[in-house]
Design a protein around this ligand. Structure first.
Ligand code: CTP
Length: 415
């Protein structure tokens, strides 16, 4: 995942930078934060440090306890110059919010804070997200400074229109929402080649839960939200894969750069999978297809006046088992197993063999704090030779670990 350097300058919108850091680390990125003195009047370094578990740099003269390394990276043996080392190690520098003052300094090449010195020293792609009062943003000075920065290859994330910090003021100058900022950062990282570990790999992911019609308005469904499948699709895309997600009733926005096919029931899911499976290298079956469907859905809405209702159900096809049985050499197949109770692992291992998968991701569905509708999950990865427990983490982090495991399966020498 990418090493993202975030510069925070002074402005009410600095609080949104906190949420950006939470989302970026949740997506598996490694983040370091730099703050100007003015930024610290709006939010404290401790807030960022609490989320990051890494020190925030607030002065170009202080020592960096991490010696320029990003979380998860080894620290160098020697003590480098903090602001230079962290700028050199970054894959991307985002300045958000970018105040009028800091933008002016960057346009004239000033280096009077950790944020501006690191910006000058950074050779990675640079993005700035201006946020200020409408009149300050529209002023000729700010617009000229932004044009200068653009001409030097800096990507400017345009501010949105809406109510501004000062009471009753409305206009252009709002910092985009943190999720939108992250989307732009990830799109730039992908354009730059980003993480190319899965470049050229065609990945098919299924997500969500199917619905089997009882009548035109009612269905048999399940609680799968599609979050785990979408996290996997996004993580594979960020690693450079070509990703298609088949979504069964998922109310989430698709991850950037991912092709999406929407389906409703298990029949539709099976058909879309059969069509797309032959051309993929990796299938991840994260969807929860209904195991039963009404034998004969009613064409008309069933009225309550009919009294007691009995619905006959028939089993649906096992999509995963069917696809795995038809696979060509070189295709990797990953399934999920939703289990609860003491025998969960034994049953999941049974599914690995019965369904002919290379990896089964075991989900314990007895804990309501994780799984279905939650952003967090805890899984066990089961392959023919190994069982690996992945402790509670965000679904994006779990997705990263599942993909690591798939890469290891296909390159057994690597670890
Ligand atoms: N699966 C499938 N087609 C179905 C049902 C499940 O392809 N009709 C896939 C799921 O996407 C998942 C795996 O099979 O990857 C295991 O799903 P799970 O619900 O745990 O198991 P089932 O096979 O449905 O068995 P059971 O519900 O009896 O445990």
């Amino acid at each position: 995942m990418a090493k993202v350097l975030l510069g925070v300058s002074g402005g009410i919108a600095a609080y949104k930078a906190v949420e950006f850091v939470r989302l970026a680390t949740g997506n598996g990125h490694s983040v370091r934060v730099l703050m100007t003195a003015a930024a610290r009047r709006f939010v404290g370094p401790d807030t960022f440090e609490g989320i990051l578990g890494a020190p925030v740099l607030t002065s170009e003269f202080e020592r960096d306890p991490m010696r320029g390394a990003f979380p998860g990276q080894p620290m160098p043996d020697h003590e480098p110059i903090g602001h230079l080392a962290v700028a050199e190690a970054a894959d991307l520098y985002l300045l958000a919010p970018a105040s009028a003052n800091t933008i002016a300094k960057l346009a004239t090449g000033q280096a009077d804070s950790i944020v501006t010195t690191a910006f000058l020293a950074c050779r990675a792609p640079k993005m700035i997200a201006p946020a200020m009062n409408d009149r300050m943003y529209q002023s000729a000075a700010t617009q000229d400074n932004l044009a200068t920065l653009r001409s030097r290859g800096v990507e400017v994330i345009e501010p949105g229109e809406g109510s501004l910090a000062s009471k009753g003021e409305y206009g252009v100058g709002r910092l985009p929402e943190p999720a939108a900022l992250l989307e732009r950062v990830e799109a730039t990282l992908a354009e730059e080649g980003g993480d190319s570990e899965m470049s050229g790999v065609r990945v098919l992911v299924t997500a969500g839960g199917t619905r089997e019609a009882i009548d035109p308005v009612r269905f048999l469904g399940n609680r799968s939200s599609g979050r785990m499948g979408f996290a996997l699709a996004g993580a594979a895309r960020r690693r450079g894969a070509d990703v298609t997600v088949i979504a069964a009733n998922v109310g989430l926005e698709s991850p950037p750069g991912v092709e999406r096919i929407d389906v409703e029931d298990t029949g539709g899911l099976a058909e879309a999978c059969r069509e797309r499976f032959p051309e993929c290298d990796l299938l991840i079956m994260a969807a929860a297809p209904a195991d039963f469907r009404p034998v004969e859905p009613s064409r008309d809405k069933l009225g309550r006046d009919r009294g007691e209702l009995t619905i006959s159900l028939q089993p649906t096809e096992d999509i995963l088992a069917g696809l795995a049985a038809s696979r060509r050499p070189g295709q990797t197949v990953v399934g999920f197993a939703a289990e609860h109770g003491g025998e969960a692992e034994t049953r999941a291992r049974g599914k690995l063999a019965e369904k002919g998968a290379d990896l089964i991701v075991l989900n314990d569905v007895s804990d309501p704090a994780i799984g279905f509708d939650s952003d967090r999950n805890e899984v066990t990865l089961i392959t023919a030779g190994e069982t690996e427990r992945v402790p509670v983490a965000s679904k994006a982090e779990i997705a990263g670990r599942i993909l690591d495991r798939v890469v290891e399966l296909n390159n057994p020498g690597r670890n």
